[in-house]
Ligand binder design. Structure first.
Ligand code: G4P
Length: 547
């Protein structure tokens, strides 16, 4: 050939492309990305800590816990700001276990509860639901499960605190079905509880794991006895065995069998019993996550579905967090990688702005900071520092035009009207609220009538955060006051004339959100229901997709 060098180069490029796509397929297959949903105090922090402990990511339990109490010691904004550095780092944890890469996304709870809590769940493939077995299903769990249901996210359940008096296990399973409307299948079954907690019986493996109060060592193992008919068990627990055998018969007969496809479809949740603080039953849950949960799935974009193993990189932003120092308005955009390989220093196309960016400083989230991660694959989360030009829902690629869908805004549940002390600052107020709205810190509604803006949130801390950020970053002293609004619904109607009639007749209750979508602000549940009945052709939405 006239120009052998060129041919060689082509050959080697296509060979390395093959290598790359094989490597991507391997890396995707070993990834699992999940979040924990729970009501405050059910044991999420404790469980997180134990999971990290197994992976060797932290040496001593207590680290995550210390962060948590530091974070909740005060709600004073400057304190929150100081803690931000910590919460950025602890809101995504990546660890290795059994040759898998596990990404655990924190779903902020307690006073931190905000729309982020919901949106984080749109970036996970599996949810781990922690329930305090003494309390059963509680309010916040119900809300979070609803969000999981929007994407049929598979759910693994951990019934925690069996070392204390708990509710009847059958009743707990029943509650999953009646309150959460999800079918359940027990994988382990508790033997006794509280002071008489002896361990759990693994229904699928036919073995009994004996309970022993846990210590803080990572490599703790519990004694396992094979077979429910094992004579040793009768010797050890003459009182309990008969009862257990009866219960197991009953449970096997009455409960749903484990069917992997149903779990993956989000319609059946495998249930494990244990005690997080004692380390007991936690490893089983982690193993289930690796064995049963899926690696990262393909993601829908408006243009097409993107598969995780495609070689070109793509990803979307699901959360924005302001940075520590209020003097520097930089933020971190949390991006979930959806395909390809991310490498530090690569060029990405920011599709909403149609602009190329070079990503040289990127935050990754290895829970053990021993290694610097230079690359990321589908399912991983990377943090991109920016100055406010990245928004929730933004998509990034190596050039292809893609807009990922399924990153929702949720109808706020608490409302304040906002007024400023110094009328000369009205421009700054609007600018500040516009930016905070885009960042997802709060939702901002501009009523058709009247000049006060209405702010909507799902957690009260959001207002506090907004007030201090308005002051610190925009020099605006804003006063928040209660308002008659009790709920908000985005409205749409195919008949445009009807929609403008709607707006005109209900002008006192109609507003526009930061992205210009028409919203109905209801003053009570009855008011909302009546309006829905009176306008049957108008559709009322409790969520809206990022646009
Ligand atoms: P959260 O993140 O879901 O809010 O819960 P967290 O892990 O902080 O646990 C809430 C409380 O429940 C903690 O007690 C924790 O120690 C306790 N806990 C967690 N798992 C178990 C368990 O398996 N058995 C028992 N008996 N308790 C458990 P606390 O009093 O709030 O904190 P601490 O002072 O004991 O650390």
């Amino acid at each position: 050939p006239e120009n052998p060098g060129v041919v060689d180069e082509v050959a080697s490029t296509s060979e390395s492309r093959d290598n790359l796509s094989r490597k991507i397929a391997r890396e995707v297959a070993r990834r699992r990305t999940f979040g924990i949903i729970s009501h405050p105090d059910a044991g999420k922090t404790t469980l997180t800590e134990k999971l990290l402990l197994f992976s060797g990511a932290i040496q001593m339990a207590g680290t995550v816990k210390a962060r948590k109490s530091a974070r909740h010691a005060t709600s004073d904004w400057m304190e929150i700001e100081k803690q931000r550095g910590i919460s950025v780092a602890s809101s995504v944890m990546q660890f290795e276990y059994r040759d898998h890469i596990v990404n655990l996304l924190d779903t902020p709870g307690h006073q931190d509860f905000s729309e982020d809590t919901y949106r984080v769940l749109t970036a996970v493939d599996t949810a781990l639901m922690v329930i305090d077995a003494g309390h059963g299903v509680e309010a916040q769990t119900i809300k979070l499960l609803e969000v999981c249901r929007m994407r049929n996210t598979p759910i693994i359940t951990f019934m925690n605190k069996l070392d204390r008096e708990a509710r009847d296990p059958l009743e707990l399973l029943d509650e999953l079905e009646t309150v959460l409307n999800i079918r359940s299948t027990p994988v382990t079954w508790p033997i006794g509880m509280g002071k008489n907690f002896r361990g759990v019986y693994h229904l699928l493996n036919d073995e009994i794991m004996l309970f022993a109060p846990g210590n803080e060592k990572a490599d703790q193992t519990f004694e396992v006895i094979k077979g429910i008919d094992n004579p040793r068990l009768m010797e050890m627990f003459p009182m309990e065995m008969e009862q257990l055998q009866m219960e197991v018969e009953l449970v096997k007969g009455a409960s749903n069998p484990f069917v992997l496809e149903e779990f993956l479809a989000g319609t059946l949740t495998p249930v494990f019993f244990g005690s997080a603080i004692n380390n007991f039953g936690v490893r089983e849950v982690l193993n289930a996550l690796l064995d049963w949960a899926r690696p990262p799935l393909g993601r829908e974009a408006i243009q097409r579905k993107v598969e995780p193993t495609e070689t070109p990189f793509s990803g979307f932003v699901f959360k924005i967090q302001a940075n520590m120092d209020p003097a520097h308005r930089d933020r971190i955009a949390f991006m979930r990688v959806t395909s390809g390989r991310f490498e530090r220093g690569m060029r990405l196309k920011h599709l909403r702005l149609n602009r190329d960016i070079k990503v040289s400083s990127v935050v990754t989230f290895m829970a053990s900071s021993r290694e610097q991660v230079e690359e990321a694959y589908a399912g991983d989360i990377i943090g991109l520092p920016n100055h406010g030009n990245m928004q929730i829902g933004d998509s990034f690629s190596e050039g292809e035009v893609l807009q990922f869908t399924g990153i929702p805004f949720f109808a706020p549940e608490i409302f304040r009207s906002v007024r400023i002390r110094n009328p000369l600052k009205v421009k700054q107020l609007h600018k500040g609220l516009q930016q905070l709205g885009e960042e997802g810190a709060v939702q901002v509604f501009k009523p058709v009538m009247g000049s006060d803006l209405i702010l909507g949130a799902v957690g009260v801390l959001q207002f506090e955060v907004v007030a201090s950020r308005l002051m610190n970053e925009y020099g605006v002293d804003a006063v928040f006051e209660s308002t008659s609004t009790t709920s908000a619904r985005w409205v749409s109607c195919e008949d445009k004339k009807m929609l403008s009639d709607f707006e005109r007749s209900l002008a006192h209750n109609v507003a526009y959100d930061a992205a210009g979508n028409m919203t109905y602000l209801a003053t009570s549940g009855v008011n909302l229901r009546l309006t829905e009945e009176r306008w049957p052709k108008v559709r009322f939405h409790a969520t809206r997709e990022h646009s």
